[in-house]
Write a protein of this length. Structure first.
Length: 470
């Protein structure tokens, strides 16, 4: 045998050895998927509709795809929902017993949308039939005339009925303004709170929590002020709350008082936009405030969603909660913008948020009732003349997420980039994996990879697709 032929034979043997080694190379970390992949689709006329199951196949190697990594764990999920504003509760209550029950079951029944985290204003927001607080008039620091009588007409009944449908409903309460007598301008419209009334304002919070509980509605969390950084030019209930004042109010008044009264209600700060991430970090840097605060409430109107990750990295033991955002009533795609909202929700969840709370659960076709300058749409529209209910694209996206991702699920790793496709993955309490896919472009196929398996998944045009498997 010639030297050249011997060399060729040796190279062949070496190549064969490399093939064997490659075959024995361990698969990527993670449990091998079992069974098939269940598919749910929102697209066209489909709303969280069951689609044909997808089969796994052995991993075929490289190429564009989405990789799932259950070994990477992030935040636990609290849930999804929207706001019980005065306006929303009034419209829902006006439907009459049968229609009201049906709509609330659609929202909160775990076998339907299963919304599980909602928000209620403490006093009036800009979406109310009029301006009100629970203690208006001359200064009353001892809360001698405090009363939640306003909320007994339709807000508390709607809340109690919703809790009967879903006993696990988590409620956040937020003030848009203290009573007018606590403020420098003497009005709930705009302005700022006087520091000398911080003690009284903490008592106002405590009385609200205690009287709501006595009325049968426990509130699980409060924010110290809705949108701390604006007074909306005095056009609606609002209150400027400086960084220094929020620290002082929470650390020296609200937190200690709730603790003394044995109230386990969580406190979330900021309740405003991403661009205030620096303020959130600075407030949490204060050790006395940090002691009483569970996390930060975020709105998505200004700034970048990655701000939540910045705050998480600075204070990893504090949670992020997304607490306000809603559809534009004048958007021509109001009823079909589910992929726009699904992309938004993916970004929120990928940046550590434990919940997503939309704005008004319901408004009429003109975005009413309201007393403010902004024109918003409800999650659903209750038409004033007919009581016919139409649903927004945000509703279809939010209910899709709420049905797929229940409380206690944990976000896990998912990587891979495709233009027009966004994704976020979860491990639920039953150890089932869930992958949320949003495709805002034309129909296409995406390869999903988990451990030593992969699957080719069809994404319809303008779709939300949920995959789940064991």
């Amino acid at each position: 045998m010639s030297r050249n032929s011997s060399r060729r034979d040796m190279l062949k043997l070496a190549a064969a050895g490399m093939t064997v080694l490659a075959a024995k190379r361990p698969a990527p970390a993670g449990d091998t998927p079992e069974g098939s992949i269940a598919v749910r689709v929102t697209a066209g006329e489909k709303r969280y509709a069951e689609d044909e199951a997808v089969s796994w196949r052995p991993r075929q190697g490289g190429g564009t795809g989405i990789e799932i990594d259950p070994a990477k764990g992030f935040q636990d999920i609290l849930g999804f929902g929207a706001a019980f504003t005065d306006a929303a509760c009034y419209l829902i209550h006006q439907l009459g017993e049968e229609k009201e029950q049906a709509l609330l079951e659609e929202f909160f029944d775990p076998s339907q949308a299963g919304f599980s985290v909602c928000r209620v204003p403490i006093g009036s927001s800009d979406y109310a039939r009029g301006v009100y607080s629970f203690d208006e008039g001359a200064p009353d620091p001892e809360m001698t005339r405090f009363s939640i009588a306003h909320d007994r007409a339709y807000i508390l009944p709607v809340l109690k009925q919703s809790r009967r449908i879903n006993p696990e409903l988590f409620l956040l309460a937020s003030p848009w303004s203290p009573p007018g007598w606590m403020k420098a301008n003497g009005s709930m419209l705009g302005g700022n709170i006087r520091v000398r009334y911080f003690d009284a304002y903490a008592r106002y919070f405590a009385r609200f929590l205690e009287e709501y509980a006595a009325a049968g509605v426990t509130v699980n969390a409060v924010t110290s002020q809705n949108e701390v950084d604006t007074d909306q030019d005095g056009r609606m209930p609002a209150c400027l709350f400086s960084q220094e004042n929020e620290i002082g109010f929470v650390a020296e008044h609200l937190g200690p008082l709730l603790e003394r009264r044995g109230l386990s209600t969580k406190i979330w700060i900021l309740d405003h936009n991403y661009n205030l991430w620096g303020r959130a970090i600075c407030e949490l840097d204060d050790p006395q405030l940090n002691r009483y605060v569970d996390g930060v409430a975020w709105h998505g109107y200004v700034g970048e969603v990655t701000a939540m990750t910045r705050v998480h990295e600075a204070h990893p033991n504090k949670h992020a909660y997304w607490t306000e955002g809603g559809p534009d009533l004048d958007d021509p795609k109001y009823a079909t913008a589910w992929t726009k909202w699904s992309e938004t929700f993916t970004g929120i969840l990928a940046n550590w948020a434990r919940c997503i709370i939309g704005w008004n659960l319901a408004l009429d076709e003109n975005g009413k009732p309201d007393i403010g300058p902004f024109r918003c749409g409800g999650l659903v529209t209750i038409h004033s003349g007919t009581q016919h209910i139409t649903r927004s694209g945000m509703y279809w996206a939010l209910s899709h997420y709420a049905k797929a991702i229940r409380r206690g699920a944990k976000r896990i790793g998912s990587t891979g980039a495709m233009d027009g496709v966004s994704h976020v993955a979860f491990l639920d309490r039953d150890k089932k994996k869930i992958l949320m896919l949003t495709n805002r472009d034309e129909a296409r196929e995406v390869v999903v990879r988990a451990a030593d398996r992969e699957a080719a998944v069809s994404l319809p045009k303008n779709s939300i697709v949920t995959l789940s498997w064991n």
